[in-house]
Design a protein around this ligand. Structure first.
Ligand code: NAP
Length: 242
């Protein structure tokens, strides 16, 4: 069982619906956190809310080539401060979605989706895996569309499918060093992500999961040393205690 009470976890996308909920769940489990996002004021507000659980915050644009590595460096630097707690885990919950038919997909939109949802997680893994200790973990939030591509979300589906494929290969490489790579593929969740789409109009979607339910499931998977979190893991009934 992974000991989250002595963990120091870098959470990217902490200013978002899912990242914020995961940060709160990890703090409740006793983890210390380095929080990263782009929006400085929402990052500061979350740090105030979580108080002593927060080691430091780092503003980073993950679409920049050095963005992911700079966040990892900040977490490592904070880990060697006055009350050291080595960096033991990284959770990447940053992402954007683009909506609409492929013929309306412009170059800037395509670049941003691929950079943030596929290239940045690969750069992050490259920066993190070599510095995490044995028993450490990297969580990448992919999406259900990696399993079932959605019309109107073709580039987003392709980026997430690419990320999930990358994670599968990396998980095998990292296992030799006893580092766990957990690819997480949640179904639709009520964070408002589609209302912030960088292109296109949000379709009418059925009621999604709560960010808290998704976050708690991710944290339970970390505690229980699970190695994959497919979309079905979020909808299956929890096991009944015997
Ligand atoms: N909501 C869903 O239905 C759902 C389902 C499956 C998977 N997911 C995935 O879950 C992840 C989180 O999504 P969410 O629903 O929590 O959306 P969200 O509330 O919009 O959060 C998105 C996060 O990504 C960050 N971000 C955006 N552009 C960035 C950039 N260039 N550099 C650094 N950070 C950037 C945002 O930071 P700022 O706000 O500070 O700019 C924010 O923290 C995404 O990867 C998404 O694809 C979501």
């Amino acid at each position: 069982m992974t000991d989250l009470a002595s963990a120091h976890v870098l959470v990217l996308g902490a200013t978002g619906g899912l990242g914020g909920a995961i940060a709160r769940s990890l703090a409740a489990a006793g983890s210390r956190l380095t929080l990263s996002g782009r929006d400085e004021s929402r990052l500061a507000a979350l740090a105030t809310e979580l108080g002593d659980a927060v080691v430091t915050t780092v503003v980073a644009d993950l679409t920049r080539p050095d963005g992911p590595a700079s966040a990892v460096r900040a977490a490592l630097g904070a880990a060697s401060g006055p009350s050291p707690r080595p960096l033991t885990g990284v959770v990447n919950a940053a992402g954007v979605v683009a909506l609409g038919p492929v013929e309306e997909l412009d170059d800037d939109t395509l670049d941003e989706v691929l950079l943030l949802d596929l290239v940045a997680p690969i750069r992050l893994a490259r920066a993190a895996v070599g510095v995490l200790p044995e028993g450490g973990f990297l969580v990448q939030v992919s999406a259900i569309v990696a399993e079932r591509a959605m019309p109107g979300m073709a580039a987003y589906s392709a980026a997430k499918a690419g990320l999930t494929a990358f994670d599968a290969a990396l998980a095998t490489e990292a296992r030799r060093r006893r580092i766990r790579v957990l690819d997480v593929r949640p179904p639709h969740t009520e964070t408002g992500l589609t209302t912030r789409a960088i292109a296109g109009q949000a379709p009418r979607l059925p009621q999604g999961l709560t960010p808290e339910a998704v976050a708690d499931r991710v944290v339970r998977a970390l505690l229980d040393d699970e190695r994959d979190l497919p979309s079905t893991a979020f909808t299956a009934a929890p096991p009944t205690p015997s």
